[in-house]
Design a protein around this ligand. Structure first.
Ligand SMILES: O=C(O)CCC(=O)C(=O)O
Ligand SMILES: [Fe+2]
Length: 348
C-alpha cells in the first residue's frame, strides 16, 4: 500500500539515525555480548568454484566433500564460478543503495502495510514488544513471476526492475545447481532436493539497509535468527562487514569475498537433509561509521509442496528427525513473531 508522510505507521531507522544521540529503548538488547562491538574471529568457510563440480571427476568429489563438511558444521559457504560478473553484482547492490538514498517520500511510495511482508518498512510495524532491528528493508516477491506485486517495486532507480529481473533469472538457475550439488555431496540422486522443491521456486528478495548506529555495543542490525528458506543467497556489502554466524556456541564474523555470494542452509534444507546440514543461527552487528547494504534472496519450495527428510538418509542408526510438512514459511513467520525457532515445530 502506498504511504504518505502523514500516514507513516513506522519510523524508518534511516531517519532515526540522522539525528540520534541516545538509542531509543526499543533497540537496546538487555544482555549484549562482547561480539556486538569487538569483532570475533573470522569463520573459516570454503569458497567453492561451481565450475569445478559441473562434471563428475575426482576433483569434483573433493569439492563436494568440502561442501558436505562445511554444511554439516556451520551451514554456509561462499560460491564463485556462478556466472555473474563483479560489475553485474555491483549493479544489483547499487539498485538497493540508490533506492535507500531516495528522499523518504519516494521510498514511501513502496511502503508495505502492517499485514504484509512485502514492500518498504521495518520491524516497528510488526510488533510492539520485540527488540527492534537497526535496519530498514525492502522485501519483494521475485518468483514466481505471476506473484510479483509491482506496486511495491521502486520506479527509481530506473534500472531497478531490469536488474532485479536479471538477477532473479540467474538465481533461479543457480538455486538448481546448488541444490543438486548439495544432494550429490550426500551421495543422493542429484535431483533429490530439487524434486522436493518443485519447478517453481518461491523467491523473496530482501534489500537490507543498516544505517550507522550511535551504540553498536547495545543493538543489532539483525537479531539472531535462522532462515526459513531452503537456501539463502546473500550478496554482502563489499566494504562493510557485520554478519556473524554461530558455530559451536561461539560467534564468528563472516568474511566478504569479492565477487562471491554467501549461501546458507535454511531450515527447509535442514529438514530435507534430516538434520545433517545445519540451518545456522546468524545475526548482524552495526557500526557507528558506515552504512551497510546487503541483498538476501530466500529460495523455498512453493507453498503447496510437502517436504520431508530424504528417505535414503533414514536408517536404524539415523532415525527420521522431522515431520512431512508444507507451507513452512507460514510456520516460520508465526514462530518468528513470538521469538521462537520454527524448526522445533517441524521436529518429530
Ligand atoms: O545482512 C546480512 O548480512 C544478513 C541478512 C540476513 O540474515 C537476512 O536477511 O536473513
Ligand atoms: Fe538471515
Amino acid at each position: 500500500m502506498a504511504g504518505t508522510l502523514e500516514s507513516l505507521v513506522f519510523k524508518p531507522v534511516q531517519e532515526l539515525a540522522m539525528d540520534c544521540k541516545v538509542l531509543p529503548e526499543r533497540y537496546i538488547h538487555k544482555c549484549p555480548d562482547e561480539a556486538f562491538y569487538v569483532d570475533p574471529p573470522v569463520i573459516d568457510i570454503p569458497v567453492i568454484d561451481l565450475n569445478l563440480i559441473q562434471f563428475p571427476s575426482a576433483s569434483a568429489d573433493q569439492v563436494l566433500e568440502t561442501l558436505r563438511t562445511s554444511l554439516s558444521s556451520c551451514g554456509c559457504f561462499q560460491v564463485i564460478g556462478h556466472g555473474m560478473t563483479s560489475s553485474f553484482l555491483d549493479q544489483v547492490h547499487s539498485i538497493g543503495r540508490d533506492f535507500f538514498a531516495l528522499p523518504l517520500e519516494k521510498k514511501l511510495e513502496c511502503s508495505r502495510s502492517a499485514e504484509d511482508i512485502e514492500g518498504y518498512g521495518n520491524e516497528s510495524m510488526q510488533s510492539e514488544h520485540r527488540i527492534l532491528d537497526w535496519a530498514d528493508r525492502l522485501y519483494l516477491t521475485t518468483n514466481p513471476e505471476d506473484q510479483r506485486k509491482f506496486q511495491f517495486w521502486p520506479q527509481n532507480p530506473e534500472n531497478f526492475r531490469e536488474i532485479l529481473q536479471e538477477y532473479t533469472n540467474k538465481l533461479i538457475l543457480l538455486n538448481k545447481v546448488v541444490l543438486k550439488a548439495m544432494s550429490r555431496s550426500l551421495n543422493l540422486k542429484e535431483d533429490c532436493f530439487l524434486d522436493q522443491c518443485g519447478e517453481n521456486t518461491d523467491m523473496i528478495t530482501g534489500f537490507n539497509y543498516y544505517p550507522p548506529c550511535p551504540r553498536p555495543d547495545l543493538t543489532l542490525g539483525g537479531k539472531e535468527h535462522a532462515d526459513g528458506s531452503a537456501i539463502t543467497f546473500l550478496l554482502q556489502d563489499n566494504e562493510v562487514g557485520g554478519l556473524q554466524v554461530l558455530k559451536d556456541d561461539q560467534w564468528f564474523s563472516v568474511p566478504t569475498v569479492p565477487n562471491a555470494l554467501l549461501i546458507n542452509v535454511g531450515d527447509q534444507v535442514e529438514i530435507m537433509s534430516n538434520g545433517i546440514f545445519k540451518s545456522p543461527l546468524h545475526r548482524v552487528v552495526t557500526n557507528s561509521e558506515r552504512e551497510r547494504l546487503t541483498v538476501a534472496v530466500f529460495c523455498s519450495p512453493d507453498s503447496s509442496r510437502y517436504i520431508e527428510p530424504a528417505e535414503e538418509l533414514i536408517s536404524e542408526t539415523s532415525p527420521r528427525l522431522y515431520k512431512k510438512i508444507k507451507n513452512y514459511l507460514q510456520i516460520y513467520s508465526e514462530n518468528q513473531q513470538q521469538g521462537k525457532r520454527a524448526i522445533k515445530a517441524a521436529k518429530i
